[in-house]
Design a protein around this ligand. Structure first.
Ligand SMILES: Cc1cc2nc3c(=O)[nH]c(=O)nc-3n(C[C@H](O)[C@H](O)[C@H](O)COP(=O)(O)OP(=O)(O)OC[C@H]3O[C@@H](n4cnc5c(N)ncnc54)[C@H](O)[C@@H]3O)c2cc1C
Length: 567
C-alpha cells in the first residue's frame, strides 16, 4: 500500500551521495523496513538497514524527535572501541565477557551470555559505522568502569561520549529535536570532570570560551549531539522520518507467523502500512504507563526522567502477537532531582546523595550501600527473591546542615518541590518526621561518624573503590574526602526512593535482534532493540553508559541482520 506522508511532519533530505542507495520519496510504495521510534536504537537500526540497501520509514509518535536518547547524557559504554585503541589502551572481548560475568546481577550469564557475546562483537563495529556515516564523533571520557576492580574491569577506555554538534545541521527539523533537562551545552566529560552542578561558577569561568562558541553556533553535546548526528545521518542516507505517527498494532500475516507491517495513527486516522522485509520496535521503556510500572516496580517511586511518550507501546504490541516479554522488573534506576519538563513535574539525574555529610538509610534507619556507589539504584530496588517485594524502601538521604550550605545547584532544584526537603533540630525529631525508628537512626549516624573519625567506612568502604575515588577526584590520595560527619543541626532528610530514566524490560530477542515467542521460536519479520527489548544488561549497570551503547548496538544488529534474514 502507498505511504501517505504524515501531516506536516514528514522529513527527508534530498542530497544523497551517489554511493548510497537511491533516495526514497513520499510516493514510494511499501518500504522494506519500518522502524518504530526515533531514539538511539531506532535510528541505528534505520541507518544500518538503509545503508544495506533497504528503503526505510521511521515512525515517531511524538511531535519531537530523538526520544530519551536526545535527553540523555549520552555516556556511551562501548568496550574494545577504536578510540581506546588509538589512545594505547588495551581491551579484548574475553576481558569484557569476564567483566560482564563478574559485574552483572548473579545468574544473568545463564540466560544472557549469548547476547553479551553479540554485543561485544558488534559494538565496536557499530561505533565505526556510525562515525563513518553520520557527523557524529565520539571522544573518550575519563571514567572507569563502575566496578573496575572486578575481573576484566577497566579504569579507562570503555566510556565515550559525542563531541558537540550544531542543531543547525538539522535545518527545519531543528526545533523538533527533543530538549533535555540536563545542561547540554556542556559535554559529558565537562559534566563529570568540572562538576557544574557542584561548582557552577568555577565551571562557567573555566569553560566560558567553549560555552560561548557553542551558544553562537547553537551547538549541543551529550544526548542532543548524539541525536543531531543520528538524525542527520539517517536523513542524509535517505530514510523517511514521520513525526506524530503513533504505531498502534503489528500486522501479522493470515497464517499468524510473520509480521508484515504496522497500523499507524496519524492525522486522526488509522492506516495499515506494509513493511516488505521487517519491522523494528524501538519504542523505549514503559515507565510512563502507570499500571505497567506499578505492577513491575512495587513500593514507593519518586520521579521519572524520560519523556512521557515512553508508555510501553512496543512491549504491549509485541505481547499481543505472542512475543515473550521478560525482564520487566529491570530499569535504569538513578537518583533524580525535582524539576519541570514541558510544564509538568519531572526528574533530572544527579547524584545528589553523594555528599560527605550525607548518608542513605532504609526504612529501618540503617545504611545498606555506599552512598557513592554507581549502582545505588540497584540496591534501592533490591527485592526479596521469594516475594518480589522491595527490601529497603522507603529510603532517605540523612544529612547535616553542611549538605544544604554547600555551593551547589541542589538548593535551586529542591525549591521546585515544596516539602521535598525536611529539616529538624535533632535526629529524634527528624526520625519522627519521616517515620523511621529514632534509636536505629541515631545509632547509624553515630556508627558512621565513628568511621569518619577513624578514616574508614568499615561497613561499605565509601570512597575507596576506583569509581568512588574517581568521583571524589582523588584517585591516588591518602585521605578520603567522601567521608564527613553528620552532626551539625539542623538535620536534613530527603526521600531517595526508586527514580528512573527508563525501564529495561520487553520483548525477548535472540543475538540477531529477532523477537522470540515463549517457546523460543522466532516471530519472523519482527525485531526489537533498546529499552523496548528484554535488555541483557539490567538494573545492575556495568558501565555508566550501559544503555546508550547497547541501544545503538542492538539497533545496528537489528538493521544489519534484518536484511540478511529477509531477502
Ligand atoms: C536525562 C537522562 C540522562 C541519561 N543519561 C544516560 C547516559 O549518559 N548514558 C546512558 O547509557 N543512558 C542514559 N540515559 C538513559 C538512556 O537515555 C535511555 O536508556 C535510552 O536513550 C533509550 O533509548 P531507546 O532508543 O531504547 O528509546 P528512546 O530514546 O526512549 O526512544 C523511544 C522513542 O519511541 C517513541 N515511541 C514510543 N511508542 C511509540 C509508538 N507507538 N509509535 C511510534 N513511536 C513511539 C517515543 O516517543 C521515543 O521517541 C539517560 C536518560 C535520561 C532521561
Amino acid at each position: 500500500m502507498p505511504i501517505p506522508p504524515g501531516r506536516i511532519l514528514s522529513y527527508s533530505l534530498v542530497a544523497v551521495p551517489d554511493s548510497r542507495p537511491s533516495p526514497q520519496s513520499a510516493s514510494d510504495t511499501a518500504p522494506d523496513v519500518i522502524v518504530v521510534g526515533s531514539g538511539a536504537a531506532a535510528l541505528a537500526a534505520a541507518l544500518a538497514a538503509r545503508l544495506g540497501g533497504a528503503s526505510v520509514l521511521i515512525l515517531e509518535k511524538s511531535e519531537k524527535v530523538g526520544g530519551t536518547s536526545a535527553m540523555s547524557g549520552a555516556g556511551t559504554w562501548i568496550p574494545c572501541n577504536h578510540h581506546a585503541r588509538a589512545a594505547g589502551l588495551s581491551d579484548s572481548p574475553e576481558e569484557v565477557l569476564t567483566y560482564l560475568r563478574a559485574a552483572s546481577a548473579p545468574g544473568w550469564e545463564k540466560t544472557e551470555e549469548h547476547l553479551w557475546r553479540a554485543f561485544v562483537e558488534q559494538a565496536p563495529k557499530m561505533l565505526e559505522f556510525v562515525e563513518t556515516h553520520t557527523p557524529l564523533r565520539f571522544a573518550l571520557v575519563q571514567e572507569p568502569d563502575p566496578q573496575a576492580e572486578k575481573p576484566g574491569g577497566k579504569k579507562l577506555g570503555r566510556m565515550l561520549s559525542p563531541r558537540p554538534l550544531s542543531r543547525r545541521l538539522l535545518g527545519p527539523l531543528a526545533p523538533k529535536l527533543r530538549r533535555s533537562t540536563l545542561p547540554h551545552r556542556f559535554t559529558y566529560q565537562e559534566m563529570t570532570g568540572e562538576d557544574p552542578y557542584g561548582h557552577p561558577v568555577r565551571a562557567a569561568f573555566r569553560l566560558w570560551p567553549k560555552l560561548l562558541s557553542r551558544i553562537l553556533t547553537d551547538s549541543a553535546a551529550q544526548g542532543n549531539a548524539l541525536m543531531i548526528g543520528m538524525i542527520k545521518g539517517v536523513l542524509d542516507a535517505g530514510c523517511r522520518l514521520e513525526l506524530e505517527s503513533r504505531v498502534t498494532e503489528l500486522i501479522v500475516d493470515a497464517a499468524g507467523g510473520r509480521v508484515e507491517g504496522v497500523e499507524v495513527e496519524r492525522n486522526g486516522k488509522r492506516e495499515r502500512l506494509t513493511a516488505r522485509r521487517g519491522v523494528v520496535l524501538a519504542t523505549g521503556g514503559f515507565e510512563w504507563d502507570p499500571e505497567l510500572y506499578k505492577k513491575n516496580f512495587p513500593g514507593p517511586m519518586d520521579m521519572i526522567g524520560s519523556p512521557p511518550t515512553n508508555t510501553g507501546d512496543g512491549q504491549k504490541m509485541a505481547a499481543k502477537i505472542g512475543a515473550a516479554i521478560e525482564r520487566m522488573d529491570q530499569a535504569n534506576v538513578y537518583p533524580l532531582l525535582p524539576t519541570t519538563y514541558e510544564g509538568k513535574p519531572h526528574g533530572m539525574p544527579a547524584t545528589f546523595q553523594a555528599h560527605p555529610h550525607a548518608i542513605v538509610v532504609d526504612r529501618t534507619g540503617r545504611r545498606f550501600v555506599s552512598e557513592y556507589d554507581y549502582n545505588i539504584g540497584y540496591e534501592l530496588d533490591r527485592r526479596d527473591p521469594a516475594t518480589g517485594e522491595v527490601l529497603h524502601l522507603p529510603c532517605w538521604v540523612i544529612a547535616d546542615a553542611r549538605f544544604l550550605k554547600a555551593p551547589r545547584l541542589f538548593g535551586w532544584y529542591a525549591r521546585k518541590r515544596k516539602g521535598w526537603v525536611r529539616t529538624a533540630p535533632t535526629l529524634e525529631a527528624l526520625a519522627a518526621t519521616i517515620g523511621v525508628p529514632a534509636d536505629a537512626l541515631k545509632a547509624t549516624v553515630e556508627r558512621f561518624n565513628g568511621f569518619v573519625r577513624a578514616g574508614r567506612d568499615e561497613d561499605f568502604h565509601r570512597g575507596e573503590s576506583v569509581w568512588e575515588r574517581y568521583k571524589t577526584h582523588t584517585p591516588g590520595a591518602a585521605s578520603n574526602p567522601a567521608l564527613g560527619t553528620v552532626e551539625q543541626a539542623p538535620f536534613v532528610a530527603v526521600p531517595l526512593n526508586r527514580s528512573t530514566v527508563g525501564t529495561k524490560g520487553g520483548a525477548r530477542t535472540n543475538e540477531k535482534g529477532q523477537v522470540l515467542r515463549p517457546d523460543g521460536s522466532i516471530i519472523a519479520g519482527l525485531y526489537c532493540a533498546g529499552n523496548a527489548m528484554a535488555n541483557p544488561i539490567g538494573t545492575r549497570a556495568v558501565g555508566s553508559g550501559t544503555t546508550i551503547g547497547p541501544c545503538l548496538t542492538w539497533g545496528y544488529i537489528c538493521g544489519t541482520n534484518l536484511l540478511r534474514e529477509n531477502r
